[in-house]
Design a protein around this ligand. Structure first.
Ligand code: ZN
Length: 97
């Protein structure tokens, strides 16, 4: 009984983390529930590439990773931007006027 509660708790936590990172809730729920603790660690440690924030180089316009200190194309030193580009989000469609 206790194991089920623990598995469900880890599954829920792992699933939520997976969902936040842009992956499948069910997938990470199952992983974390089947392998409590390690599954959750995997969900936390897993790098979801498309979830990484990006920003645009003000000099050449190249989109780089948020944590890049230098533009990989033109070598411009990049300050930490105030606005990050979210790779997940597309601009909201304009309705009417
Ligand atoms: Zn650049």
């Amino acid at each position: 009984m206790a194991y089920i509660v623990i598995a469900a708790s880890f599954g829920l936590a792992g699933g939520i983390i997976g969902r936040i990172k842009g992956s499948s809730f069910l997938l990470w729920f199952l992983i974390s529930a089947l392998v409590p603790f390690f599954g959750l660690l995997a969900a936390i440690a897993y790098r979801f590439e498309r979830d990484e924030l990006r920003r645009q180089c003000p000099n050449c316009g190249r989109v780089t990773k948020l944590y890049d200190a230098l533009c990989t194309r033109c070598g411009t030193e990049l300050e930490f931007p105030e606005v990050a580009l979210s790779p997940e989000r597309t601009p909201p469609a304009l309705h009417g006027h």
